[in-house]
Design a protein around this ligand. Structure first.
Ligand SMILES: Nc1nc2c(ncn2[C@@H]2O[C@H](COP(=O)(O)OP(=O)(O)O)[C@@H](O)[C@H]2O)c(=O)[nH]1
Ligand SMILES: [Mg+2]
Ligand SMILES: [Zn+2]
Length: 312
């Protein structure tokens, strides 16, 4: 078609407008806050598109007075999701680290840690576990005991007190593009403020006013940090993994991998099937029975969610 365009004397070539590169730092329904080189732009999207997440690299066209339009999305390295039968939620994109935050108090759920680890492993994102509030020494031994299952698997467990600066965590975060996940009350926001004292000030004015009607704590937000960034997320009480194929879930439990394919039945659910290699290992003490139980709970939940959603 180039030929006919050239031959028309009335057609002038309109050059495609140059896109400004940015990173999505917060989502408000169909509006997204995007950080660009010289500030923060509140963007709307083309069509009804709303599937952007914190950490997404986008190309925008500024339209003036701090506003703009998202035009392009750079291909994602990965995307951390949560989903049940009825809702899917994008937590963050382009991560190179997932920081699972626990604390000496309130009590944390080991099952939720297994969920976060399965989500991380299924997207091939490294994960570490933070034990916060170690200044509350009375509950420390019990918390460490609970985390020992995960430490044994090779996941780093880093003990910190966010109130005293969290120095032990800093080396892990220098080049991190990380999200902090965990139950509410564990100290994620306190940790962000300890690591990035200017965090509150980096929140754009427009977004701050947009968000004023809602709970600030319900917002997932990206903060620049070191050579990368950190994302604070609201408390996860439930972390549905319905988007993970049930047949791929066992491989997301890293210690199961050496035994996969050794069960009597190829489609073994590692539940009550005869000749289950994983159950035999759990009985022998080679695998943690707690982790096998976590696997079964999550698998049943995924299958039920998929049935309810009509995918199965
Ligand atoms: N003792 C103690 N309390 C902390 C520490 N870090 C956070 N907290 C407190 O724990 C509560 C929950 O913290 P917050 O950052 O809101 O947790 P989030 O819901 O995970 O974001 C707040 O009252 C914090 O002051 C810590 O290192 N030690
Ligand atoms: Mg918080
Ligand atoms: Zn099995």
């Amino acid at each position: 078609m180039t030929h006919s365009r050239r031959s028309s004397p009335l057609r002038t070539e309109i050059p495609a407008p140059a896109l400004t590169a940015g990173i999505v730092t917060a989502a408000f329904g169909r509006h997204f806050e995007v950080r660009v080189a010289n500030g923060v732009v509140l963007c709307h999207t083309r069509g009804k598109r709303n599937d952007y997440a914190c950490g997404d690299e986008v190309g925008i066209i500024p339209t003036g007075s701090g506003q703009g339009v998202i035009e392009t999305l750079h291909p994602r390295q990965n995307l951390l999701w949560r989903s049940d039968a009825f809702r899917q939620k994008r937590l963050a994109a382009n991560l190179n680290l997932i920081v699972i935050v626990t604390a000496t108090e309130p009590t944390f759920s080991e099952l939720l840690i297994s969920r976060c680890l399965a989500a991380a492993e299924s997207e091939h994102i490294p994960a570490i576990i933070v034990l916060n509030k170690i200044d509350l020494t009375a509950d420390l031994p019990q918390a460490l005991e609970k985390l020992n299952i995960f430490a044994t698997l090779g996941y780093p467990v880093i003990e910190i007190s966010a109130r005293s600066g969290a120095a032990e965590l800093k080396p892990w975060l220098e080049n991190a593009k990380a999200v902090l996940v965990g139950q509410s009350g564990m100290g994620k926001s306190t940790l962000i403020n300890a690591l990035i004292p200017e965090a509150a000030a980096t929140v754009g004015k427009i977004s701050a006013s947009l968000n004023s009607g809602t709970h600030t704590t319900t917002l997932t937000r990206l903060y620049p940090h070191g050579n990368g960034w950190l994302i604070d997320s609201p408390g996860l009480q439930a972390f549905g993994l319905a988007h993970i194929d049930p047949s791929a879930l066992d491989a997301a439990f890293i210690e199961f991998r050496p035994w996969l394919g050794q069960c009597r039945f190829r489609n073994c659910r590692h539940s009550d099937e005869p000749g289950c290699a994983l159950r035999a290992e759990a009985q022998a003490g080679t695998l943690s029975g707690i982790r096998l139980e976590h696997y079964r709970i999550i698998r049943d939940e995924i299958v039920a969610a998929r049935q309810a959603a009509g995918w199965a």
